[in-house]
Design a protein around this ligand. Structure first.
Ligand code: NAI
Ligand SMILES: O=C(O)C1=N[C@H](C(=O)O)C[C@H](O)C1
Length: 266
């Protein structure tokens, strides 16, 4: 069986470097190059201290795709560059598997259209950890019966986007299931701006950023005389790798954009 050829955008980052290690452990996947503005031509493995991998750094996505002909581009970069990386990949016939966050619903629609025009697949998963996906699904179920809800997400203090992609996806899933409701006292007033968090279709999302945290989320439901808390913790970045591995394999069989790991979990 032919190996799936994989390029990684952002291989020196917290997630990208973990993804390189995951590819090294899977004999059905071949890491062909890393896209990064630095270290042009040097071996990714050497720079990451993993030993030579015969996979060089390339400074530009288009150049990487044309030269190393990957089947899949894994992207863990930044919200500023990820959409253009995806467009470049899809137009070149390369299937993106994307963990980078910060997409709008309009972006998702546009990228789905582009995938279908090109006849290839793409996956965007705001969270690749199985437990986080279950947390979102359980929260969606709970929202049918307990529509009063707030989301508190907690991340390391180097995170660029707030709220997290996971919190946005959780909010979208809750919104799809719960009855329409604007929560809280109609006359409530913030005496410190932002105290009540971000407003999303009638409920609130709160973002905590602290050193020492990795990726954590609580979804708290309230009803008369009771609360229900659904919580997930990623305590390291290995937690995301089985999901990334699955997505690389699934994207090869699909046409169109899949948004969320829950759509490919069996
Ligand atoms: N879907 C998921 O399960 C997860 C998603 N993430 C998301 O992944 C993204 C990356 O997170 P981290 O690895 O923690 O960030 P990081 O800051 O450690 O890594 C980002 C890397 O991208 C590189 N980069 C920046 N611009 C680039 C460009 N134009 N081309 C190529 N590389 C470029 C940087 O040099 C850096 O090495 C974030 O959006 C984060 O929210 C993070 C954890 C899990
Ligand atoms: O930046 C991170 O670290 C994470 N980003 C993703 C998000 O925004 O939800 C996934 C996970 O929470 C870690």
């Amino acid at each position: 069986m032919e190996k799936i050829r994989v390029a990684i955008a952002g291989p020196r980052g917290r997630m990208g470097s973990e993804a390189v290690k995951m590819l090294m452990k899977d004999e059905t996947l071949q890491f062909v190059c890393g896209v990064d503005p630095k270290y042009n031509g040097e071996d990714v493995g050497d720079i990451l201290g993993l030993g030579a991998l015969s996979a060089p750094f390339v400074p530009d996505v288009r150049q990487a795709l044309e030269t190393y002909r990957p089947d899949v581009l894994v992207d863990f970069t930044t919200p500023h560059v990820v959409k253009q990386n995806m467009v470049t990949a899809i137009e070149a016939g390369v299937r993106p598997v994307v963990g980078t966050t910060g997409f709008t619903p309009e972006d998702i629609e546009e990228l789905d259209r582009l995938c279908r025009t090109q006849g290839i697949g793409a996956i965007i998963a705001p969270n690749f950890a199985i437990g986080a996906v279950l947390m979102m699904k359980f929260a969606q179920e709970a929202a049918k019966y307990m529509p009063h809800v707030e989301i508190i997400e907690q991340h390391h203090d180097q995170k660029l986007d707030a709220p997290s992609g996971t919190a946005v996806k959780t909010a979208e899933m809750i919104q799809a299931a719960r009855q329409e409701l604007r929560q809280g006292h109609p006359e409530e007033k913030e005496t410190i701006e932002g105290a009540r968090g971000g407003y999303y279709n009638g409920f609130r999302i709160h973002s905590v950023r602290l050193p020492g945290l990795v990726a954590h989320q609580e979804v708290i439901f309230g009803a008369v005389g009771q609360t229900l808390t659904i919580r997930h913790d990623s305590i390291n970045r290995e937690s995301f790798m089985p999901g990334v591995n699955l997505a690389i394999k699934k994207v090869m069989e699909h046409t169109g954009l899949i948004y969320g790991l829950e759509n490919i979990m069996v």
